[in-house]
Design a protein around this ligand. Sequence first.
Ligand SMILES: [Zn+2]
Ligand SMILES: [Zn+2]
Ligand SMILES: [Zn+2]
Length: 191
Amino acid sequence: MNLKDTKIFIPEIPKEWERRTRSGHTNTWNDPFHRNGLPEVSLEPPMRGLYAERFDDGWYWVCGCNKCLGNGQSYSYIVCEDHNRCVTCNTHRKDLTETPWGHPDGFECQPCTADRKEELKLAALARAKELNLDEWDHYREDKIICPVCFSENSNDDMHQSNEYDLACSVCDTEFAVEVEYDPKYTSSLKK
Ligand SMILES: [Zn+2]
Ligand SMILES: [Zn+2]
Ligand SMILES: [Zn+2]
């Protein structure tokens, strides 16, 4: 049976119970937060990818994995065992040696992210060489341009006139950025 069509009755939970919260794969009924006087019960689904849903005749384990459901939605709250893989190379999470990066469709393993970053870096360096820009192309610009690969960098945390150190997000070159603020002030009477 496909996980997506799974519907497994949960005999432990009376159908009258309505308050169910989730924490990862754990489903909890009557969390103390709800103060409804009913006993708190926590259950793990019989397999990863299922969560508890209330139907007219009681509670059932049903599929919550967006990929199994094929609903095209990002940021699946839970993922089944089979879909717990790198979005790029398909390596299973249990086979990873390093913590992966989050991704709208799950996660990407560190080697894949590093490969992609290396490709972007090489492309940017090749483009910079081709364009043959000089220092005037990153002088008093309205954005931060890396002096080596000419990629645009973010100006997070640069909120005043000062000199800042930055490492290019594309080619990793460390460079200095001089920020000049040129504020304009408009005054008006309060309404
Ligand atoms: Zn799945
Ligand atoms: Zn990967
Ligand atoms: Zn760069």
